[in-house]
Design a protein around this ligand. Structure first.
Ligand code: 5AD
Ligand code: FES
Length: 361
């Protein structure tokens, strides 16, 4: 395959995507030059902040890779108070972060649904309607998605984790609570209820092939997503998937492959928002900025109250466990500047893809 002509294409077949994902050395440099160019020409060099508030680690599910899975009894469960959550959101607003992300373990009790609903209204109130709000609270019913949408959430993150059904069931228990079909339905519901929809996968999972990853990219295109977050899979000792740790690529290889995924996705879907996942930073301290340089345009600085951070360890080596929000901000600013990107303070930085697709409709 001729890399130079391939890099000019906008549509790619499975074989072509696999070829691009496998590029190394000079080929990889060319891929990155092109993805950076496409990024700058399409979404520009601005990076948008979404202050991340991991407000509870209580989870009803048992994903085989996740450190806060229900069956992990080594985790101290917490629920941040409404005051603490709103305090973090206030920090975001006062520091002109355009948006916040509320993330938690997956629950669907009426009390949880009501609580999130109330938080949405309070966040809008405290910020004069200015803060954009993204939710990342798992699979919910259409009514719940609608209710939250009406109360002020306008983006939703729900990773498919893997678009290969067989692989999905290797990393999740095979039962109705972890149904692949339900996850697909939930993504569809999010589109129907008017959210900007974000999904993504983990890269470097045990049993995952290059074809799987190429198919993940085609899945994103087919679903016509607005946003994407992809990070390297990082094994967690207290999870069942840890038993396959000797089957994994090295962490560096998982990191490198994640960057290739990001670059190729930028070519395939030029106008979407792509986030620099925190897991990149768990492998390389400058990981998120390296991703910015080749294709991402969103960063989620951690605003979770420090007392809870060590209990929200989805994977090992999660960074910024002690840094308070102020420190995180200063350190990020400097590093973003280093890769020639500018921070879109006070802007929502909505997905251009969403604006384009809803304009057409
Ligand atoms: N390694 C990397 N990412 C993980 N996530 C959960 N557990 C891990 C892990 N061990 C990711 C999932 C989830 C997101 C919130 O965190 O993709 O969707
Ligand atoms: Fe909580 Fe997967 S373990 S949603």
């Amino acid at each position: 395959m001729d890399l130079e002509s391939l890099l000019k294409q906008q549509e790619f077949g499975l074989g072509e995507l696999v070829f691009l994902l496998k590029t190394k050395n000079e080929g990889r440099t060319e891929l990155f030059e092109q993805s950076q160019k496409v990024k700058n020409e399409t979404v520009g060099n601005k990076v948008y902040f979404r202050g991340l508030v991991e407000f509870s680690n209580v989870c009803s599910k048992d994903c085989l890779y996740c450190g806060i899975r229900k069956s992990n009894s080594n985790v101290v469960r917490y629920n941040a108070s409404d005051e603490e959550i709103l305090e973090s959101c206030r920090f975001a607003w006062e520091n002109r972060y355009g948006s916040v992300v509320l993330q938690s373990g997956e629950l669907s009790s009426p009390a949880f649904i009501k609580r999130v609903d109330n938080l949405l209204k309070e966040i809008k109130k405290l910020s004069d309607d200015e803060l954009g709000i993204t939710l990342s609270c798992g699979e919910q019913s259409k009514e719940t998605y609608l209710k939250w949408r009406e109360s002020g959430a306008h983006r939703y993150l729900l990773r498919i984790e893997s678009s290969n059904r067989d692989l999905y069931y290797k990393i999740h228990p095979k039962n109705v609570t972890h149904s692949f079909e339900k996850r697909l339905v939930a993504l569809q519901l999010l589109k129907e209820t008017g959210y900007q929809v974000g999904t993504g996968v983990m890269v470097g999972l045990p049993f995952q092939t290059y074809e799987d990853l190429a198919n993940d990219l085609l899945f994103f295109k087919e679903l016509d997503i607005d946003m994407c977050g992809m990070g390297p899979y990082i094994e967690h000792e207290d999870t069942p998937l840890y038993q396959f740790k000797d089957k994994l690529m090295s962490k560096q290889e998982r990191f490198d492959l994640t960057l290739n995924m990001i670059a190729v996705l930028r070519l395939l879907m030029p106008d979407i928002n792509i986030a620099s996942a925190t897991a990149l930073q768990a492998i390389d301290p400058a990981g998120r900025e390296k991703a910015l340089a080749i294709g991402t345009n969103v960063i989620m600085p951690n605003l979770t109250p420090c007392v809870y951070r060590k209990e929200y360890q989805l994977y090992e080596g999660k960074p910024c466990l002690d840094e308070d929000a102020e420190l995180c901000r200063n350190c990020l600013e400097a590093r973003i500047d280093l890769v020639g990107n500018e921070i879109g303070y006070g802007e929502w930085g909505d997905s251009k893809h969403y604006l384009n697709r809803t304009k057409k409709a």
